[in-house]
Design a protein around this ligand. Structure first.
Ligand SMILES: [Zn+2]
Length: 63
């Protein structure tokens, strides 16, 4: 069982889920990627640009 990073809903995954597998959140429909198996963890499948923007914002706050 993992949690959706978008809506925080618990997502039940099959036992044969693989690292890097894409999964749709049944609650919000966000495309997620399995980024870790132990512990099971999900992250946005296509959210790299958003992550970069967040990092830039943090850097500006520190300066
Ligand atoms: Zn969700």
């Amino acid at each position: 069982m993992a949690r959706c990073p978008e809506c925080d809903s618990p997502i039940e995954l099959s036992k044969k889920v693989e690292l890097g597998e894409f999964i749709d959140c049944p609650e919000c429909g966000t495309m997620l990627e399995v980024i870790s198996l132990k512990p099971l963890d999900l992250d946005y499948a296509f959210g790299e640009e958003e992550w970069e923007e967040e990092w830039e914002e943090e850097e500006e706050e520190e300066i």
